[in-house]
Ligand binder design. Structure first.
Ligand SMILES: N=C(N)NCCC[C@H](NC(=O)CCC(=O)O)C(=O)O
Length: 446
């Protein structure tokens, strides 16, 4: 049996914009109200997907969500036709209105936590959508994320879907952005590492002072229980509260893992030594490569501004472990020098490829934020929706679709344009046909 790590990237939605919605995410606030380009954003994402496909990786596509979220506005008491709802919300509550327009579902590392079948008690692949409670605009995502994942991984013999955790800060869950899996081979049982920012039910424990910790220990534990993981294959490790206060709002901004490698910043975690010993013990006899980047080599500030750790660490079929980095890493001389030296050192990482995902980076989303990793064996892959897998023809089809439906530019004030809602819906309607998803969007179910 063959095993693969499939990267499912979020397709950037037609309302991609910079609204400054994410307190604690430095880039989001710094670029608030800048003019975005939904078309370039979507094309940049598609180019990265195609490049990984060309490297021989299995690459999937996750559909964006419907925005503006009229249904959320109706729940908040705005009434009338869709156009009236939009107008009233934009005029009377502009901040709420901007939040319901966000294309944030593009960062699919936050769509769900996924446990491969080799790790789970019942031998199925488990999915739990992230509730994303910490930010209102992101808390609108889990129901549709769950529907899309169910439509893509429908076969009950192989896949099990859970409801997102209770919508409450006590169980704040940000999905795979705080979840790393180490393994010998993708099909072997692995160690699932859950990283959290604070304890919800124990205020005596350290927590960040300035910026929010979005993920709680209790949420991570609940996911592990739902997925049928055991103490033997899970490790819980707290993020260093100080780095959250420096803009590390998800663990994937300061650490990334793949197979037997954990690439991380010296300041990433709390109780590092003890926790790494536990990871090694649960991993087994072969050594885990813990690749530490010292503050003297790359500061936390440089790591946050370049997203050195929000890189994808992948093993394509040629066996060369590769870092997929944003061009910001190439443009920063210290980070570039570090990466040049990294591939010369004695460790499994031997190649770096740079991609321009600047449209996403300006909202704090690097290459790793844009993808959800799903490790599958060949039977499970066969059972997954084949129309969501990247190919030369799907790439062509989707770039044409973007060219047809997406705007070149979008300012925050343009979000109130009722035509944008119609454009968005007709784009998504066509997309569900291209990806053969069925009626996953609320507007298709009215
Ligand atoms: N690290 C990972 N995995 N994901 C990055 C998510 C970025 C996203 N930005 C935003 O939602 C900004 C939207 C705005 O400001 O318009 C967030 O903060 O949740």
């Amino acid at each position: 049996m063959q095993h693969f790590e499939v990267n499912y990237d979020g397709l950037v939605g037609p309302t991609h914009n910079y609204a400054g919605l994410s307190f604690g995410n430095v880039a989001s606030l710094a670029n608030a109200k800048a003019v975005s380009s939904p078309k370039s954003a979507a094309l940049q994402g598609l180019m990265k997907m195609k490049a990984l496909h060309d490297l021989g990786m299995k690459q999937g596509v996750l559909a964006p969500q419907e925005r503006p979220d009229i249904y959320a506005l109706r729940r908040l008491g705005f009434t009338g036709t869709d156009g009236e709802v939009l107008y009233k919300a934009a005029t009377e509550a502009p901040a709420i209105f901007q939040a319901v327009c966000s294309a944030s579902s593009m960062w699919t590392a936050n769509a769900a936590t996924v446990s491969p079948s080799a790790d789970t008690a019942n031998g199925k692949v488990h999915f739990t959508p992230a509730n994303l409670t910490n930010k209102f605009h992101r808390s609108l995502e889990p129901v549709t994320s769950g529907n899309i994942l169910k439509a893509m991984f429908a076969h009950e013999r192989y896949f099990e879907h859970h409801t997102h955790l209770p919508d409450n800060e006590h169980f704040g869950d940000e999905g795979a952005a705080n979840h790393t899996r180490l393994c010998e081979q993708y099909g072997h049982a692995g160690v699932e590492i859950f990283t959290y920012g604070r304890y919800a039910f124990d205020s005596s424990q350290p927590a960040p002072q300035k910026f929010p910790a979005r993920q709680t220990f209790e949420a991570s534990q609940a996911i592990a229980r739902l997925h049928g993981l055991t103490d033997d294959n899970t490790v819980y490790i707290q993020q260093n509260p100080d780095v959250i206060d420096q803009g590390v709002f998800h663990n994937d901004v300061i650490a990334v893992g793949n197979q037997n490698v954990l690439f991380y910043h010296e300041q990433a975690f709390r109780d590092t030594e003890q926790k790494f010993a536990e990871i090694q013990q649960k991993f087994g006899d072969n050594p885990v490569h813990f690749i530490e980047v010292k503050t003297s080599e790359v500061s936390v500030q440089d790591a946050v501004s370049t997203y050195l750790f929000n890189t994808q660490l992948i093993t394509p079929p040629d066996g060369i472990m590769t870092i997929i980095a944003p061009t910001e890493c190439e443009e920063n001389p210290r980070v570039k020098a570090y990466l040049d030296s990294l591939v010369e050192r004695d460790n499994p990482i031997k190649r770096v490829k740079f991609f321009d995902v600047k449209q996403s980076m300006r909202n704090g989303g690097g290459p790793a934020c844009l993808r959800l990793r799903v490790a599958l064996n060949d039977e499970e892959l066969k059972a997954a929706n084949p129309n969501c897998l990247m190919s030369d023809s799907l790439y062509k089809r989707l770039t044409q679709w973007v060219d047809k439906h997406y705007r070149e530019e979008l300012a925050v004030d343009d979000l109130r344009d009722p035509a944008l809602l119609e454009e968005s819906r007709s784009a998504l309607d066509e997309l569900t046909q291209i990806l053969k998803l069925g009626s996953v969007y609320p507007f298709q179910q009215d």
